[in-house]
Design a protein around this ligand. Structure first.
Ligand code: PGA
Length: 253
């Protein structure tokens, strides 16, 4: 049975003074014991907040993730952060290949593959993101795009240890337009089939596949009900402690 995972993606939001009040409100409104609940909780925060958030959140049983990591061990890569640097501050997870990284910072499928391999080799939990653009969906290319992104992202790894996949249709991110649960389920099923072909049925049955793109308290239940949707990657709604706590409560049922 796959566990549910809810990941808050803070993108380029928040500063350190907001952390304590945020997590106090979040913990207060999350029902039950976070550490024992069915839902694993992660927050992907800006680099500047990693250490401080980790201090606060690890006590609550929440994992803190980076939003990006470089595929090289070290070197002349101005502005980049390595897996060793994340390990140095006790960070155990990272997003990889978020569509905003692909769109605005030129991250290619090949770079995503290299980052995925590097993260796995370093023992980081990697949430690897894929998703089609609006014009790709409208021209019926969704399946081809997803197939290429998933296959390339996973082309360098030998197994799926520590790898989580996230389907985030680009047209649904931050737009208020959510994929219908059926649309999302179709793509999640496709992704699981792609994984099955390469890594076998049991690996495919185990891998968690998260949905992202305007997920919020009002739509998360229907999304999580789908057989191949194992959690959410949540941007906007994760910035509000109450909304995200509500989503966790819904996920824990
Ligand atoms: P959104 O962002 O929930 O604000 O649409 C999701 C994401 O980009 O991870």
């Amino acid at each position: 049975m796959r566990k549910t995972m809810m990941v808050g993606n803070w993108k380029m939001h928040k500063t350190s003074k907001e952390l304590a009040p945020f997590f106090a409100e979040f913990a207060k409104n999350t029902k039950g014991d976070i550490q024992k609940s069915h839902t694993e909780i992660l927050f992907a925060v800006p680099f500047t907040l990693l250490s401080k958030t980790n201090e606060i959140a690890s006590k609550l049983g929440i994992t803190i993730a980076a939003q990006n990591v470089n595929e090289n061990a070290s070197g002349a890569f101005t502005g980049e952060v390595s897996t060793e640097m994340l390990a140095d501050i006790n960070i155990k997870a990272t997003l990889i290949g978020h569509s905003e990284r692909r769109q605005y910072f030129g991250e290619t499928d090949t770079a995503v593959a290299a980052k995925t391999l590097k993260a796995q080799a370093a023992g980081l939990l990697a949430v690897v993101c894929v998703g089609e653009l609006l014009e790709e969906r409208e021209s019926n290319k969704t399946n081809d795009v997803i197939k290429k992104q998933v296959e390339t992202a996973l082309s360098k790894v030998a197994n799926l240890e520590n790898i989580i996949l996230a389907y985030e249709p680009v047209w649904a991110i931050g737009t208020g337009k959510t994929a219908t649960p059926q649309m999302a389920q179709e793509v999640h099923k496709l992704m699981r089939d792609i994984v099955s072909q390469k890594f076998g049925e049991s690996a495919a049955a185990k891998v968690q596949i998260l949905y992202g793109g305007s997920a919020k308290p009002s739509n998360i239940a229907d999304l999580l009900e789908q057989p191949d949707i194992d959690g959410g990657l949540v941007g906007g709604a994760s910035l509000k402690a109450l909304d995200f706590a509500e989503m966790i409560n819904i996920s824990n049922g």
